[in-house]
Design a binder for this molecule. Structure first.
Ligand code: PLP
Length: 406
C-alpha cells in the first residue's frame, strides 16, 4: 500500500516553508529531494565509514570499498542488468553520454556516418554528438515530435540508413513527459546492426526499468533525479560494447600497470573509472535505489499516473494555459506557456511567492523549444511524494499569475 503521508514524512525538506508558505516542490525533473535513508547513508559515509576506495589495506578503506562496490550490484538490480560488471559509475548522465561519445562512438565513426536523435533530447544527449559533428564530420539526423508531443518509434526506425551507427534517444522527455517506445526502436536497430543509447535520466525515475528487456546497448542514469546525491550516476553498457570502448579518462584506478614507456589497463568496468570517484555520493545512490525498490517502482508509477491524469484534467481546464505535450500516457511532467505576454520567468516568480517551486526556461532542450516555436516554458514536474492537493495549489497559483499577468 502506498502510504503517501508516511512517504512524505521520510523527506525532511517537504515539511519546510518557503516565502512563508508550505513548500510545494514541483521541480523534480531538475532534481529530486532526498529521503532520510539517503541523508543518513551520506552522513554515515563521512562520519563513520570514510576513506579512499580500492587503494588501501586498512580497515576503513576496505569498509568504504565494500560499501561503494556493493552499489554496483544494486544498480544492476535496479536496471535489470545481467551483470554488475556492465555498470560503470560516473557523476551522472552527462558524463555517461560524453564517455560513450568519446570512448565508443568517436573511434568508430567516419565523416558522413549518422547518429539519429529525437528533437526532444536534453543538451546532455545532443552536445556530445555535436562534438563528433564538428570534429569528425558525423551527421546528426533529427526525428520530430508530432503536435501532441508524441515521438513515433516508426519514424525513428525509418530514419535508419546504411550510414547510421547509433541512435541516441531519451526514454522520457524532461519537457513534455512523452514516453518513447525504446524497446521497439532497439529491436529494429539491432536487426540493422545499429547501437542504441537510451538516456534514462527521466525514464528510470518514473517507472520500472529493465535494460535486458529494452535491449539497449547503453542506458544512462543520474543519481540526483533518483532521490540520491548529486554527483552520482551510472551507465549500463553491454559487455560487447564495453569491449569495443577505448578508455575515457586516464589516471589512478583505471590502470593495471604504468611505466615510462607503456600503460596497460584495468579490466572493465574499472577501466572506465579514473581517479577518486564520488565515494559517498555513490553509496548514497545505492541507498536511494534500495529505497525505490522497497517502495516498488510499479507503485511509484501508479501513483504518478494518478497525479498525471488529475493534473492533466485540472490544467486543461485553464483555457489560457498552453500545454505542451498531451500524449495519453505522458508522465507527470507539464510544460506550459500562458496566453498573453507573460514570460515563463514571471510566472514562476509568482508561483514561488505561493511556495510552488517550478522551473522556467528552455530546460536544456533548445532544439525542442525551436520546434515548438517558443523561447521558454514553465515546467511543473511531479515526483513520488507529490499529492493531488499540490496539483490544486499549483492551479490556484497559476490563476493568480494569470490575473496579475494575463
Ligand atoms: N537527460 C535528461 C532527459 C535530463 O532531464 C537531464 C537533466 O535534466 C540530463 C540528461 C542531464 O542529467 P545530469 O545533469 O544529471 O547529467
Amino acid at each position: 500500500m502506498y502510504d503517501l503521508n508516511a512517504i512524505r514524512a521520510e523527506f525532511p525538506i517537504l515539511s519546510r516553508e518557503v516565502n512563508g508558505k508550505p513548500l510545494v516542490y514541483l521541480d523534480n525533473g531538475a532534481s529530486a529531494q532526498k529521503p532520510q535513508v539517503v541523508i543518513d547513508a551520506v552522513t554515515r559515509g563521512y562520519a563513520e565509514e570514510y576513506a579512499n576506495v580500492h587503494r588501501g589495506l586498512h580497515y576503513l578503506s576496505n569498509l568504504a570499498t565494500d560499501k561503494y562496490e556493493a552499489v554496483r550490484g544494486i544498480v544492476a538490480r535496479f536496471l535489470g542488468a545481467p551483470s554488475e560488471d556492465e555498470i560503470i559509475f560516473n557523476s551522472g548522465t552527462t558524463e555517461g553520454i560524453n564517455m560513450v561519445a568519446y570512448s565508443w562512438a568517436g573511434p568508430r565513426m567516419q565523416a558522413g556516418d549518422e547518429i539519429i536523435l529525437s528533437v526532444m533530447e536534453h543538451h546532455a544527449n545532443i552536445v556530445p554528438w555535436h562534438f563528433l559533428r564538428e570534429r569528425q564530420g558525423v551527421v546528426l539526423k533529427w526525428v520530430d515530435t508530432d503536435a501532441t508531443g508524441a515521438l513515433d518509434a516508426d519514424k525513428v526506425i525509418a530514419a535508419i540508413g546504411p550510414k547510421t551507427k547509433l541512435i541516441a534517444i531519451t526514454q522520457l522527455s524532461n519537457v513534455l513527459g512523452t514516453q518513447v517506445d525504446v524497446k521497439r526502436i532497439c529491436a529494429a536497430a539491432r536487426e540493422k546492426g545499429v547501437a542504441v543509447l537510451v538516456d534514462g535520466s527521466q525514464g528510470a525515475v518514473h517507472a520500472p526499468v529493465n535494460v535486458s528487456d529494452i535491449g539497449c546497448d547503453f542506458y544512462a542514469i543520474t543519481g540526483h533525479k533518483l532521490y540520491g546525491p548529486s554527483g552520482s550516476g551510472a551507465i549500463y553498457v553491454t559487455r560487447e560494447r564495453m569491449e569495443e570502448m577505448r578508455p575515457f579518462m586516464g589516471g589512478g584506478d583505471m590502470i593495471r600497470e604504468v611505466s615510462k614507456d607503456a600503460v596497460s589497463y584495468n579490466d572493465p568496468p574499472m577501466k572506465f573509472e579514473a581517479g577518486t570517484p564520488g565515494i559517498v555520493q555513490t553509496i548514497g545512490l545505492g541507498a536511494a535505489l534500495e529505497y525505490l525498490m522497497e517502495l516498488g517502482m510499479d507503485n511509484v508509477a501508479a501513483h504518478e499516473a494518478d497525479l498525471a491524469s488529475y493534473a492533466s484534467a485540472r490544467l486543461t481546464g485553464l483555457n489560457w494555459l498552453g500545454l505542451q505535450g498531451t500524449t495519453a500516457d505522458k508522465a507527470a511532467i507539464f510544460s506550459f506557456t500562458m496566453q498573453g505576454a507573460a514570460h515563463a520567468h514571471d510566472i514562476s516568480t509568482i508561483l514561488d511567492k505561493k511556495g510552488v517551486a517550478v522551473r522556467a526556461g528552455h530546460h536544456c532542450a533548445q532544439p525542442l523549444m525551436q520546434h515548438l516555436g517558443v523561447n521558454a516554458t514553465c515546467r511543473a514536474s511531479f515526483g513520488l511524494y507529490n499529492t493531488r492537493e499540490e496539483v490544486d495549489k499549483l492551479v490556484e497559483a497559476l490563476e493568480l499569475a494569470h490575473n496579475l499577468l494575463g
